[in-house]
Design a protein around this ligand. Sequence first.
Ligand code: AMP
Ligand code: MG
Length: 303
Amino acid sequence: MGSPFLLIFYAKDSAQAKQLARQAFALVDSLNQVFSDYLPNSSLSQLNATAGSGKYVQPPAPLYEIIHIGLDARRQSRGAFNIAIGPLSIIWREAIRQKTFPSHEKIERAKKYVIERFIHLDALHRTVKLDEGMRLDLGGIAKGYVAEAVIRQLQSENISSALADAGGDIVCSAPPPGSNGWVVGINLPGAENRMLEQTALLHNAAIATSGDQYQFLEHEGKRYAHIIDPRTGYGVTFSRNVTIVANDGTTADWLATACSVLAIRRAKRLASKNKAGLLITQQKKGRLKTYRNRFMKRFLSHQ
Ligand code: AMP
Ligand code: MG
């Protein structure tokens, strides 16, 4: 998944802990085999290869499920979140790696495949058809899904107190023994290790942060993030970190990405509609501005 995966949980003894950890990481690996767009033989890559074939194909259950959720996310965010972003994310990933700004023509061409083509779902047979030139990219939603799946699996083994961190997408169950919750720090934009003074205290919840601190491209004084506005085709240019607290990892993950693209007012509305906490920290004219919705307050420490 392109980032470290951290797992913390409390078990009866170390033998049980070892066995359950192994099982958890096996689940992570198997879901990576489904969702990865780096692995050429992943289920996602196989599905992408059928784009334009005119055929409906049946992906593994988790892939069908995440596409279904992704389409709902696109509808709710009015296109700001779009799992069909693939043709644009390839361009931006390459641009960030090579530090060269992509041409406008290239972006316009790719944008057509992102916003003018459709993902067709047959809910009865749980099959999918992709239009020609399409490429799905689950980078904005899959890590939260995987963290959620790990916590669910541990719960089914009677491990009630656990935290899974799939690189910024965190899901936790009951608090560590003798505490009120898991303490999670929140990054500030523009630096790798600057944190908000307040921390989040969580249990049975998911928290996700999207931001540009690791992956961006500087061009003519602007900073373009790896999160793309599908409506323009360009990486978003506000230096903003978005933190979402939601009931499950998948929702927290896609909402954090969607709210990185939307205007502040619309981001607040989208998060609140999903009963999720939203915290945005954004650099504006050299100053750090903070925005939060009413759901976020109860998760933050008072300092
Ligand atoms: P995250 O770190 O969860 O915000 O996800 C960022 C990743 O999501 C990017 O690296 C892309 O793979 C993908 N992505 C970028 N822009 C979008 C978008 N507008 N909608 C959905 N996924 C996106
Ligand atoms: Mg995300």
